[in-house]
Design a protein around this ligand. Structure first.
Ligand code: 5GP
Ligand code: ZN
Length: 179
């Protein structure tokens, strides 16, 4: 396997790491600078830089291992919750340019802070415009995927705008969802 980065080195066994799981396609090992004890990184062995570049078959096996690790953290080290995080691109905080999923066990009173909720305010039209663009691209991408079930996207119309009710906050109905 071609050595392109630090995680390629770990995948090939040339760089030492505390390995938790090793299969032909996927490896999981302890993060050297953990957020909590038991913080694991899950990688495809093949060098792929970001999630959007990941081949469909590897995507499926990667998520399967993420699930196994999360379950092991709960059942073997007493995690009371688990965060699954994945950074793509320098701007998003990706330091190692080889796809990796952080699986972080959570414990009551730990020091982990994750803050992404409610940071921007969007108008109704902005929600709808973004919804429209993403639906259209997601459909196109899903229809060309090699995996089976994701192709069966429900065909539903976009929701009709509802009249504003006085004094009541309008709820967004995202009826057209990916399965
Ligand atoms: P990123 O910021 O790219 O999402 O995460 C990279 C992660 O790789 C960091 O959490 C960092 O601690 C971890 N890391 C960096 N170098 C090494 C290493 O040599 N061995 C291991 N096991 N983890 C590493
Ligand atoms: Zn690599």
């Amino acid at each position: 396997m071609e050595q392109k980065c630090l995680f390629c080195g770990i995948a090939s066994g040339k760089v030492p790491a505390k390995i938790i799981y090793d299969s032909p396609d996927v490896m999981a090992f302890l993060d050297i600078r953990p957020a909590n004890p038991g913080h694991v990184l899950v990688i495809p062995k093949k060098h792929v830089e970001t999630l959007p570049d990941l081949p469909d078959d590897l995507n499926a096996s990667l998520l399967q291992v993420v699930k196994i690790i999360a379950q092991a953290q709960v059942e073997a080290i007493g995690a009371q919750g688990v965060n699954v995080l994945q950074n793509n691109g320098e701007l998003a905080g990706q330091a190692v340019p080889h796809v990796h999923v952080h699986v972080i066990p959570r414990f009551k009173g730990d020091k982990v802070v994750i803050n992404y909720s409610g940071l921007v305010e969007l108008k109704e039209e902005q929600f709808e415009e973004i919804q429209k663009r993403l639906i259209s691209k997601a459909k196109e991408l899903a229809s060309s995927m090699s995996t089976g079930t994701i192709k069966e996207i429900k065909e539903e119309k976009l929701p009709e705008p509802e009249p504003e009710q006085k004094g009541k906050k309008k709820l967004h109905k995202f009826k057209q969802r990916l399965p």
